[in-house]
Structure formats: C-alpha cells, structure tokens
Design a binder for this molecule. Structure first.
Ligand SMILES: [Fe+2]
Length: 332
C-alpha cells in the first residue's frame, strides 16, 4: 500500500547526515576509509575515528568506534533544521509512545536518540562543528574521491510500517518495488533532500544496515576506486559492481570494510522535487530494477548486513526470493 506523505510534519528533517559503526581494529578502518575509499579523516582519538567527504563542511559523516565485541551499526544519523526541531521531535515521538533520550555527542549540537518502529537505532542531529571543505584541493583527492554522504539502505522485516512511519516524518516516496500486480511494498526509496532517496527500506531479516553511500564526481572514480581496492589487496571486498541500477538510475560500486560493513560509491541520482511526478513502480520480478546490465548481485550482497546492538532481528513478513548471482548462474 502506498504511504500517505505528510508535507507538514511535526519537525523538519533535512537530509541523511552520518552513520556510527563499531569496528575491532581502528588502524585497519582508518586505512580502508582513507586509502581505499578516499574519505578525509577529520579527527581520531584512542577509541574513535571521524571521517567526512571531500566537500563536506560538517565535522563527520562516518564515525567508527572501537569494540572488542561484534562489529555492528550503532546509529543512523539524520539532520534536522535546527535545535527547536529536537524539542518538536521529542514531543512528537513521545506522543506516539517512542522513548527518546538527549545525549551529549562530541562535535554535535543537540542530538536526540530514538528507536524507530522497526527497530533501527536513530540519531537526530541539529548541528555539527564546521570544518573546511576540501572540494577544490584536487591534489589531495584519493581513490573514489567521495564528496558527501547521501543515503542509507536498511533491511527491515516490515517495509510497510517503516515506510508509513517515515512518510509521516516528511519523507516522500520516489520509487518502490512491489509484489507483481499489487501495491504490496517490498522496498521503498524515500527522500527529504530533493533527490531520489535519503533512506531505503528493503524486505528482509532486520533491523540491519545494508549500506551507506557517498557520491563521487563521475563514473571514472568508480573504476579508479575498484583499481585502488585491487592494488591494495581489497579486490575481494568489492561486493557488487560497477553497474547501473534501474532504481534511481545511479552507477554504483559496493565495497565491504574490514569489519564487513558495506559502503557504496555512486555517481548520484536524479532530482525529485516537482510535486506532479509520481513515484516509479517496479515489479519484484523485474531484474532491471536492480541492475540495467551485467550479472545479478551475489547472495553475499543480498543477505549480509550489519546488525544493531541489542536489537533482535526478525524474519520478513513478505516471502521474496531475489534473483542472486548464484541462482542466475544455476539456470544459465
Ligand atoms: Fe544505495
């Protein structure tokens, strides 16, 4: 069922902002994200790494914290317009029975934590320390030359509930996949910043973070990132691509970091602002939604993702078997 978009939500979310992960070896993470991906390491201390993209003026879009346990996804960050939105968000969420806390988070202004109805651990952030943009320091650009964080894909057992919740927070449906011949949602691509998605929900065992994504300047950066990954010994960690999605029309490359977290580099997607344009619908049986050419994604890409601490995963409500590389090759 298509969601009802709330154009006047209780508070204003402006964009996907940052992701917080845990990792077992910070030196390995620092090497991967600076040398293989090309992010800027803004700051590090004994237990934390803070990264940003080349054009970002915000202090961080990726935080990696040391853990001695399993590496997990700790928080999904969204920016709100200003500090007053933190109060409005707390009031709205509390009125729906959602518990909120307001922790002090380094390098961030007022910040609100909550767990969304499908179990994702979320963080609303009202401001961040400002640092210099590196977008014209071309001599420092490395590997994929990631410019800015763009979106997250979250695996959830209940796409409908997740889609309805974020639609009421002002997210607009840009594209979706549905069971053939129905409007039964298998995946939803939801945006607030004017292109096709800030958050994606796909049907599967969740809550889990499937990937977070950075934009790159052009397609050649994806090829160069793949070459750099290969030359630095991370060739096997290219999880999928290069290729072109049907959904959102982006060229993409996915890599796994030393702890198995998945990061996407992509050449951005199209504008989605005008109100008269309807969301694009794809049948789940249509392989061109996932890739316009080339082989389907591997089982590893479809089924492996990062869990959240203390959040038990649930089996999906919809039965769906994506076309994987392994299943494709078994019949071709
Ligand atoms: Fe993506």
């Amino acid at each position: 069922m298509l969601p009802v978009w709330n154009r006047n939500p209780a508070f204003t979310i402006t964009r996907a902002s940052h992701v917080v992960l845990t990792a077992r070896d910070l030196d390995a993470s620092a090497h991967f994200y600076t040398d293989v991906i090309g992010l800027v390491l803004t700051e590090r201390d004994e237990n934390t790494l803070y990264f940003r993209g080349l054009e970002e003026a915000a202090h961080h879009s990726l935080v990696i914290k040391r853990t001695t346990g399993d590496a997990q996804a700790e928080r999904i960050g969204l920016r709100v317009q200003d500090a007053s939105d933190i109060d409005k968000a707390a009031e709205y969420l509390n009125s729906r029975g959602i518990v909120t806390t307001e922790p002090d988070v380094p390098f961030q202004g007022r910040t609100l934590h909550f767990t969304d109805p499908v179990g994702n651990l979320m963080e609303l952030c009202s401001s961040m320390d400002v640092v210099d943009r590196r977008m014209q320091e071309f001599h420092t650009f490395r590997s994929g030359q990631p410019q800015r964080i763009d979106h997250y894909q979250l695996v959830t057992h209940d796409v409908q509930t997740a889609t309805d919740f974020y639609s009421d927070l002002g997210f607009r449906l840009a594209e979706y996949t549905a069971t053939d011949g129905t409007e039964e949602l298998w995946g939803s691509w939801l945006e607030v910043k004017g292109n096709t998605h800030d958050i994606v929900f796909t049907n599967g065992t969740g809550p889990r973070l499937h990937h977070f994504a950075y934009t790159v300047p052009d397609a050649s950066c994806l090829i160069h990132a793949a070459d750099v990954a290969g030359s630095l010994g991370f060739g096997d960690e290219i999880d999928r691509g290069p290729g072109r999605h049907g959904l959102s029309n982006a060229l993409f490359l996915y890599l796994r970091d030393p702890d198995g977290h998945r990061v996407e580099l992509f050449n951005t997607h199209y504008q989605f602002i005008d109100l008269e344009t309807d969301p694009i619908r794809w049948d789940t049986s249509d392989p061109r939604r996932a890739q316009q050419w080339g082989m389907p994604a591997s089982e590893r890409w479809w089924f492996e993702a990062s869990e959240f601490p203390g959040q038990p995963v649930q089996k999906p409500l919809l039965e769906a078997s994506p076309i994987t590389l392994e299943s494709y090759l078994s019949v071709h």
